[in-house]
Ligand binder design. Sequence first.
Ligand code: NAD
Length: 255
Amino acid sequence: MDTFSNRFEGKVAFVTGAGSGIGRATALRFAQEGADVAVVGLVDGDNAETARQIQALGRRALPIVCDVTDSDAVAAALAATVDAFGGLDIAFNNAGIEQRPTPLAEISEDLWAKAIYVNLRGVFVCMRHQIPLLLQRGGGAIVNTASGAGVKGFAGGGAYGAAKHGVIGLTRCAALDYAASNIRINSICPGIIDTEMMDRFTGDSESGRATVIAQEPVGRMGRPEEIAAAVAFLCSADAAFAIGHALVIDGGQTI
Ligand code: NAD
């Protein structure tokens, strides 16, 4: 059985896209290390299941249905978090959607808008409401989920890739804005991770999985817990000197 330190004892974490995949694994990791967690996502039942698993670890969880593109809903979710737990210390802005591979000229304006709206604007909206709360607290940490597609081009991935490159740029600029205020803002760039998103991307077929695994020098997909561990590092005092970094955890995919 894994043993965990208590780097987040007494801390409050806010995790978006926490009803599944990387978000759920990271919400659990924060709880395993002592945090109370706001479990934020689109699907009530998925949020509730993550919250149940956190409570089973002996930590408090607040499941909140919230669309990260809805500024008022994000503000309300953060207010509910502060009401329940007394403040905010950590935010993991992770909610995102994939894009079906499509050559650029065939990407519809709707597809483009949705990919940018959720994957990039959602991160902006969340940070915009989180930063004042972290300033009130005297500091904190934010990690935003970018992707290997934020550091490398992938054919057919124009909208998703633009959004994820954007997340890294947004993170770097915001990191500089608040470095002197004791708020550390970094991004995480996962490789191919075995989640529901990857199941949808591969069609959950043997051949689909084999095709994406072939991109991974390590010869397998990553596990959500392997990303959670890196996010926890970035949010912890162990990463006290990490500012505006885009941490690539990808089995060698983009090297
Ligand atoms: P996932 O589909 O399991 O998780 C995404 C979560 O975000 C879901 O719970 C979904 O309901 C939620 N979500 C989507 N739109 C939302 C919205 N508007 N408001 C609130 N919640 C919303 O997939 P995952 O792989 O865990 O993805 C998590 C993040 O990691 C995403 O940003 C994704 O782009 C990124 N990522 C994933 C991989 C991978 O290989 N799985 C690789 C690189 C980056």
